[in-house]
Write a protein of this length. Sequence first.
Length: 94
Amino acid sequence: MPNVIEEIRPVHVEDVTGQHTARNRSVPSDATVLEVVKQLLGDMEMGAHDSEGRPLNYHALLEREGRQLGDNERAGDVLKPDDTIRLLPNIDAG
């Protein structure tokens, strides 16, 4: 019997400004949050570097719970259909 990867759908994604959005996305339930964020950043054509060329790291905020998701959490453990994830860049004070 082949392995079937279940998906969570729909999941809605926004960046912090609301300028980049992805509606009705499907997310593999066995993916880590870090894997999901990396895929979404590419799909949404969001910048991987700041204006000075430094790499940007993003984290995911789960709107339903108002908390930041850990990079190693499994999507299937934390996401439910119709959840909204907000992608936020890590800002390091310099």
